[in-house]
Design a protein around this ligand. Structure first.
Ligand SMILES: *Cc1c(COP(=O)(O)O)cnc(C)c1O
Length: 466
């Protein structure tokens, strides 16, 4: 092989390459040190290849272009918009809840300048960042008071640290949940300094199991929403009313980690997701839930419930370490305003997507299929198909939302090749593969997403995107 004749000495010197790079206008303001660092990386890569007798292009031109491309990648944003054609509404890897217009408007208004974040314009004194959303949350949920932190994991940690440090927390064995990303209830309890007391069995826990476990050391009873799994068959958990009565008879708070915490009553195929208001109305003392799951706002953890407990959270030192930032707070306030004054199923994207009906979904799938019709001339088959979508994000597991979409099969590309090409589009398009076809579920597609899909498919068919 010709490559075998190349040796280390054929690699141009750093000085020589640097001289060529320094004056490249598109590298604008990259510092000398950063350019040299990337240059060394590229040269070392070439050396390693030669050392391992692999094919390596060590021409000046190639190496300069490699460094340029490394620098341009470094200088551009990797976090970017994608088109979610998976039908999974709260896709954890794709950023969970997209924000509604009011939330986006609020974030825009707050992010580039100063704001009333912790300033009370009526008194001219220091204000509370929580004050912006507490009244709204209380009005929407019936809570006496609330506090907001960074996410629900932090909310659970704060509640347990405040209420149960060095004391016992009783949890049913059927609810010792692991949510993705290493959030496991037994570990969170341990970290907060509380001692876990497991009661009942995996499938059945009775009220008597809780009662027998209550001692002088009991700090709280914790209920955990089994967000991402369901125990079916011969199962039992005491209802909220009975647990509330028991907890209060012994003077211990009943806390619930609700996970997603919906405000809107969601009924699908006989499944009813308990709302935050229902939980609080049943007498549960403190509930925690996420801002960016079914609520449809930005990342946040909301703790709502009885004044006496929320007050204790407000003065705990952990609060400062996990406090919500102003952009998430702005998105939460904008979203809450929509819940109070807007049309929830229109204005909150997550709720809109979950409440879409089959006629509407079928019509959108037909529109998308029509746009893609010209691809038939390349031998592609384009069909409107019924699909099943899921809420995702560890919410409403097993609940199937009937949906529609477009299935594509190309004669000149395998489904895996198509999926990869769409994923590598300038705006990545994320799809599912089933039976050698790619499936585009329309549930989460905006009108502008359909234009992106059409352009990408045309590009792939013409061989412009690989
Ligand atoms: C999702 C979830 C969490 C974690 O919430 P984040 O907002 O992602 O931190 C905790 N508990 C339950 C039951 C959940 O479903």
């Amino acid at each position: 092989m010709e490559n075998n004749r190349l040796t280390m000495r054929d690699i141009p010197s750093i000085e020589c390459l640097l001289g060529l790079l320094i004056n490249q206008p598109e590298l604008g303001n990259f510092s000398h040190d950063i350019i040299v660092d990337r240059l060394r990386f590229v040269v070392n890569e070439a050396r390693d290849k030669l050392r391992e007798n692999q094919v390596a292009d060590v021409s000046l031109n190639h190496l300069v272009n490699r460094v340029k491309s490394e620098l341009l990648t470094l200088g551009s944003c990797s976090l970017r918009k994608v088109v979610n054609a998976t039908g999974v509404v709260l896709h954890t890897n794709l950023g969970r809840a997209p924000l509604g217009k009011s939330a986006v408007h609020m974030v825009n208004a707050i992010m580039s300048g100063y704001s009333t974040l912790e300033y009370n314009v009526t008194t001219g004194e220091r204000g509370s960042r929580y004050a912006h959303v507490v009244d709204k949350l209380c009005a929407l949920t019936g809570a006496e008071d609330a506090i907001i932190v960074n996410n629900n994991a932090a909310a659970v940690m704060l509640v347990l640290s405040v209420l149960a440090k060095e004391r016992e927390v009783i949890v049913s064995r059927g609810q010792l949940v692991e949510i993705g990303g290493s959030f496991r209830i037994p570990d969170v309890l341990k970290q907060s300094g509380a001692r876990l007391v497991e009661v009942g069995t995996t499938n059945k826990t009775h009220i008597a199991d809780f009662e027998q476990a209550i001692t002088d050391h009991t700090a709280a009873i914790l209920k955990v929403h089994t967000s991402n799994y369901r125990i079916v068959g011969f199962t039992a958990q005491p209802d909220d009313k009975a647990l509330v009565l028991l907890a209060h008879r012994y003077g211990v708070p009943l806390v619930e980690d609700l996970g997603s915490g919906t405000f809107r009553n969601i009924e699908v195929n006989g499944w009813h997701e308990p709302t935050v208001s229902e939980c609080l109305a049943s007498g549960i003392d403190v509930v925690t839930f996420s801002g960016d799951k079914l609520l449809g706002a930005g990342q946040a953890g909301i703790i709502a419930g009885k004044k006496e407990y929320i007050k204790m959270m407000k003065s705990h030192p952990l609060l400062r370490a996990i406090r919500i930032d102003k952009l998430s707070l702005a998105s939460l306030e904008g979203t809450l305003v929509d819940y109070l004054t807007g049309d929830v199923c229109k204005d909150i994207p997550v709720q809109y997507m979950l409440s879409r009906q089959s006629d509407d979904l079928r019509e959108q799938a037909c529109t998308l299929a029509n746009r893609l019709q010209p691809l038939r001339s390349y031998g592609w088959s384009i069909e409107v198909v019924p699909l099943i979508s899921h809420a995702g994000g560890g919410t409403l597991p097993e609940v199937e939302f009937g949906s529609f979409g477009v299935s594509i099969m190309a004669t000149d590309h395998s489904a895996a090749m198509l999926e990869k090409a769409l994923r590598r589009n300038s705006t990545p398009i994320i799809v599912r593969i089933q039976a050698e076809r790619i499936l585009l579920d329309v549930r989460c597609l905006a009108v502008e997403d359909m234009v992106i899909i059409e352009a990408a498919c045309n590009g792939i068919a013409k061989g412009e995107i690989l």
